[in-house]
Design a protein around this ligand. Structure first.
Ligand code: DGL
Length: 273
């Protein structure tokens, strides 16, 4: 990073869910340029193989490096972090790389009932990274984990159906065992799921800790950015790229109306093959 330049941050997810991380970044990071890719052409990642997810992640990172000379990469996706963070760090040691992991540790710290729910994509729950995380924390406190894969939930959210009765029915089914067992803390192990947080609270009908890690990612980026000379002053610019259709209402719902965001579909104009 040169002194006269703003910190350049590439952020990606399979869709708009990762904007929940960008929302956290906007509260902490100043004087930077954010380039976001919603890879809607290949969504949902959570139902793809680790090899496919790795290929999508490599291609996006190369796109960011070639077109925007990014200083930092935020993998705003638990699923892609699980499949690709290790290889991305090996391949691109010159950039700051921060992944997203289910917040099991804060959940274990916050639960009073000792019952913690984990909602994530099938690929995240099946991945070695998740298993390693759970094994490493298993001895910290006597806690029972209720792990639940949520196939189809990312599509519902991307289609603008986050408040639909069909989404509610899915969540009711997945949350029933947690509700019956006094789960008081739920890890939102996919960056799309904060978008259904209210519905989860409504279904659980109890005081609930909902854990997502956007704020922790933003603080980590600030600390690592400052080490590279980022002064964290001035305006924040955001460009939102997508590889296929995105739901405009969802963008506004997450980032608000006031933020001026440039939007480009790179899937259609041939820039991103
Ligand atoms: N937001 C992604 C995550 O955090 C969703 C992945 C998907 O497309 O299934 O896991």
């Amino acid at each position: 990073m040169r002194n006269d330049e703003a910190l350049r941050i590439g952020v990606f997810d399979s869709g708009l869910g990762g904007l929940t991380v960008v929302q956290s970044l906007t509260k902490v990071i100043k004087g930077a340029e954010i380039f976001y890719i919603a890879d809607t052409k290949n969504a949902p990642y959570g139902e793809k193989t680790p090899e496919q997810i790795l290929q999508y992640s490599l291609k996006i990172t190369e796109y960011f490096i070639d077109n925007h000379q990014i200083d930092a990469l935020i993998i705003a996706c638990n699923t892609a972090t699980s499949a690709a963070v290790k290889i991305l760090r090996e391949k691109f040691p010159q950039i700051i790389i921060i992944g997203t992991e289910p917040g099991i540790k804060p959940a274990i710290e916050q639960t009073n009932t000792g019952k913690v729910g984990v909602l994530a994509t099938p690929a995240t729950l099946k991945g070695n990274k998740y298993q390693q995380l759970v094994n490493a924390l298993a001895h910290e406190k006597d806690v029972v984990l209720f792990e639940q894969a949520c196939p189809g939930l990312v599509e519902q959210i991307e289609k603008g159906k986050k408040d639909d009765s069909s989404t509610k029915a899915m969540l009711e089914m997945w949350l029933a065992p947690m509700k019956d067992s006094s789960v008081d803390t739920i890890v939102l192990g996919c960056t799309h799921y904060p978008l259904v947080a209210e519905m989860i609270e409504y279904i659980m009908q109890r005081e609930l800790n909902l854990i997502h890690t956007g704020e922790a990612i933003a603080k980590r980026l600030l600390a690592l950015g400052q080490e590279k000379g980022h002064d964290n002053e001035g305006a924040l610019k955001i460009t939102l790229y997508s590889t296929d259709h995105i739901d405009q209402d969802l963008v506004t719902h997450i980032l608000g109306k006031t933020m001026n965001i440039k939007q480009i579909n790179i899937g259609k104009n041939g820039t991103y093959q």
